[in-house]
Design a protein. Structure first.
Length: 222
């Protein structure tokens, strides 16, 4: 089971401008939480605060169950940012990008066969198995988004934060990523997903949150 996430008097300001007023919220463990709201409302900033990537006031607590103590270290966080956060000019291939998450040998010639096999399996899960030899700059925006998801899958965790993960994906890629998200949910992962499609939210979300000068829960379908 993934963790519960508790926000206590959390507020966020950037360069003296308030992005989010004081928030108190509880994200239930093992559920898919859809985070909605208008562009610029602070959804991505809220996610970054929960991840510890943005300075904030107040407390953000993660409550893991003791049973999560395993050799796979599931207390890690898998984060899939918007593709705009990706640096496509890096002179490495898609395979090397994933390999760097597994080992420091990614750029130094000799690589374990087991590492290469795992990279290929991760790429296959997002439909990128034939693209591993391409440099990052040769990939489309949707392919780079899939690559970020493959990198996150390597963390093997039950806590996921996804910032509009379907952006730039064609229908086939959306189906693959959606299948992975559904499987994570079935495994008991806690998922915080910023999503703009009301139909997707209505079908898959257990709890729906709206960021609109604060954070409000809209529904609980579970």
């Amino acid at each position: 089971m993934g963790p519960a996430i508790e926000l206590k008097n959390v507020s966020l300001a950037i360069n003296g401008v308030q992005i989010l007023p004081e928030i108190n919220a509880y994200f239930s463990p093992g559920k898919l939480h859809a985070i909605t709201g208008a562009n610029g409302s602070g959804k991505s900033s809220l996610l970054k605060a929960i991840l510890g990537l943005a300075a904030h006031q107040g407390r953000i607590e993660r409550h893991w169950q003791a049973s999560n103590e395993t050799k796979n270290n599931p207390r890690q966080i898998a984060y899939v940012p918007q593709q705009t956060a990706f640096e496509p000019s890096l002179p490495i291939t898609a395979q090397e990008f994933i390999l760097a998450s597994l080992t420091r040998r990614a750029f130094f010639g000799w690589r374990k066969a087991a590492d290469l096999k795992q990279v290929q399996e991760l790429l296959q899960r997002v439909g990128m198995q034939a693209k591993g030899h391409l440099r990052l700059g040769e990939l489309s925006g949707g392919e780079r988004q899939r690559l970020l998801f493959a990198q996150a899958l390597e963390r093997n965790t039950l806590f996921w934060c996804l910032d509009e993960p379907m952006t730039g994906l064609d229908l086939q890629a959306q189906a693959l990523i959606n299948q992975e998200i559904i499987q994570l949910k079935q495994q008991g992962a806690t998922l915080l997903v910023i999503h703009h499609d009301p139909a997707w939210v209505a079908e898959h979300a257990d709890q729906v949150w709206c960021v609109d000068n604060g954070l409000y829960i809209q529904g609980d379908q579970a």
